[in-house]
Design a protein around this ligand. Sequence first.
Ligand SMILES: Cc1ncc(C[n+]2csc(CCOP(=O)(O)OP(=O)(O)O)c2C)c(N)n1
Ligand code: SF4
Ligand SMILES: [Mg+2]
Length: 284
Amino acid sequence: MSMLNDFKTAFMPNWCPGCGDFGIWGSLKNALVEKGWGPTDFCMVYGIGCHGHMVNFLKSYAIETLHGRPIPVAQGIRLANHKLPVVIVAGDGDTFGEGTNHLVHIARRNVQATMIVHDNQVYGLTTGQTAPTAQKGFKTKSTPSGVLEDPVNPVAIALAAGATFVARGFAGDIPGLTKLIVQALSHKGFAFVDVFQPCVTFNHVNTYAWYREHIYSLGAEHDVTNRASAFEKALEWGPRVPTGIFYQVEKPTYEDQTPQLIKEVLVEQTLPPQNLTSLMEELV
Ligand SMILES: Cc1ncc(C[n+]2csc(CCOP(=O)(O)OP(=O)(O)O)c2C)c(N)n1
Ligand code: SF4
Ligand SMILES: [Mg+2]
């Protein structure tokens, strides 16, 4: 059992007042309490960006990695200790700029980890440059005449790569996002949650009001086990933008299938004494 106060640190968030990061932070803490997880029951892995500042405001085992690299670090943690649940908090820059390749591979491997992407369409921390999720025409300081490219589609990429849980949430709907994160944390395998996160300072297009006007929840009629209809929903972008669980199936995880991990957790295994000199000589 845990309580919200268990996750309290000595620091108060320094995000801009009204930032969507507050909603994700609050929803994640609610979800952890619902799961009954305390600060030492899981490990957070952060990217570099405004989202990564959460490392200071949520007490738990945690590591703030390099920009673009939270996924490989999370995979390393899972291989070393697959008893420890891992939650990745990353930015849209982190995930779809420098780190895109990692997303594809963690998804196809079905490593047991929950990934929460702060999708604000900008590089918040570096003061508002265009992120790969920015819509065509969006003006930022790095694209003053408007973005030329089509945006990446996080949900479609995760689906195409083979993620076994793919969802989209909204930072302005804390009860809904809490529920989604609980479902993601409870999933056996790689759970990907893209979260619409208003950046009140650098994105004046995709505001709370914009999202409230455009988003709707996928209803019970959507079959979450049907990948083709998940793709169809993922491509929906216009007056109506779906949120909720697009896809969820169960498959063996990478850890379940790794022979060296089947008997025992790696960190608990004792290594037989090694003759290091002869090992080194083999490499010469
Ligand atoms: C390897 C590396 N590349 C680039 C940077 C510079 N950098 C720091 S944060 C950031 C962008 C952050 O954007 P995003 O991941 O979307 O996070 P947000 O700030 O929007 O939450 C960049 C490019 C860095 N610190 N390290
Ligand atoms: S710059 Fe944007 S993402 Fe960063 S704290 Fe401010 S509102 Fe949030
Ligand atoms: Mg961003």
